[in-house]
Write a protein that binds this ligand. Sequence first.
Ligand code: NAD
Length: 352
Amino acid sequence: MGQKFSAAQLRATVSSIVKAAGSSDEEARTVADNLVLANLSGHDSHGVGMVPRYIDAVLEGGLKPNASIAVKLDGGSLLAIDGQRGYGQVVGEQAMQMGIGRAQESGSCVLALANAHHLGRIGHFAEMAVAKGLVSIHFVNVQSRPVVAPWSGGDGRFGTNPFTVGVPLAGQEPFILDFATSRVAQGKMRVAHNKGVQVEPGILIDEQGRPTTDPGVVVVPQPGGFFGALLPFGEHKGYGMAVACELLGGALTGGGTWHRPADAKRAVINGMFTIIVNPAKLGTQASFESEALAFVEWLRQSPPAPDTDGVRLAGEPERQARREREVGGIELDDQTWSEIVAAGTKVGAQVA
Ligand code: NAD
C-alpha cells in the first residue's frame, strides 16, 4: 500500500520539516530539492525517506543545521575541506563548487571533503561537474553503522561506500555511473522492509552470518541486538573497491574510517575524495569528445540480449525515471510516509 505525491508536494513537506528543525529557508529548500530529485531519479533509498533519520540526527546533535564548509587547506588545485557535520546536500555542493572552480582554472582539482553529514545521491555531485564539461571521480565512505561484510567475512565491518564517475559526452546526456559498493544500497533494504517484501538471494547474511532474503536483518535489531549484513557487489573485486572508498574517502580526507562496534547514533557521516579533470586543459579535448562518442555509439549497436531492453549507458535509467515521475508522481509506501509525518511532529511541523 502507498500513495502518490507530486514532486512539488514532497518538496514543500520536506522543506517545512527541515526548516522546523532549525535550518534557514535556503538550506531547507536545498535539502528538499536534493532528496526529491533522488526520488524522481528512481532512488527512493536516498530520497525523502531519509528525513526521519536526519531529524533524529539533528535532535541528537550529530547533524548541524546551517553549517558551512571550513577550508582546512587551500593548495590551489588541492583542497582539504571539512563539512563540519552540516547537511551533505549543502556542504557537498559548496565543496564541489570550489573544486569545479579550481578545475576550470588550473585543469584539475583533488578535493578531500571530510565530516559531511549524509551526502545523499553522489551522482548529484558528478552531475554538477559534467554540467561544466568536467570529468569527476568520487570515492565515498560512510560512518553510520558497519552494514557491509568484507569478502569472506561473516559480519558487517564498513558502510555501503559509494563510488561514482561522471563523464560529459559532447552534445549528449552524460555518463553517470553511481553505485553503492554493497550488492544493493542499505536504503533499498529499508524500503523493502517497509513494504514487507523479501529480497532476492545473495544480497544479505543474517546476524549469524547465514544467507537470508529478509531485509529486516539490516533494518531492525535481530535476537541479541545484533544486525545482519549486506554483501559487497562483485565478489572480491567489489569488496576491494569498498575498501578503496574507505581508505580514500575516510582515511585520506581526514574524516576517519570505521573501526568500532555499531552504536545507536543516527547521524550518517560521509567522507568524499574527489578528482575533477578539465579535458579542455588536458589537451585531449578533441579526441576525448570524438572517441567517447564513437565508443558510446559502438556500445549502442550491440544487439539486445533476449528478454532485455538492450544496452543502456549509466545515467540513462535515472533520467528516464525523472521524465516518468515528473508526470506520474512519486509513490511512497505508508510506513515511509507515516515516519515522515512523525518526524514533522517531533519538530513541530504540521504535515497533513
Ligand atoms: P544501482 O544499483 O541502482 O546502480 C545505479 C547505477 O547503475 C547508475 O549509474 C545507473 O545509471 C546504472 N545502471 C542501472 N541500470 C543500468 C543498466 N541497465 N545499464 C547501464 N547502467 C545501469 O544503485 P545503488 O547501488 O542502489 O545506489 C543508489 C544510490 O545510493 C547512488 O546514488 C549512490 O550514490 C547512493 N548511495 C549513497 C550513500 C551515502 O552514504 N551517501 C551510500 C550508498 C549509496
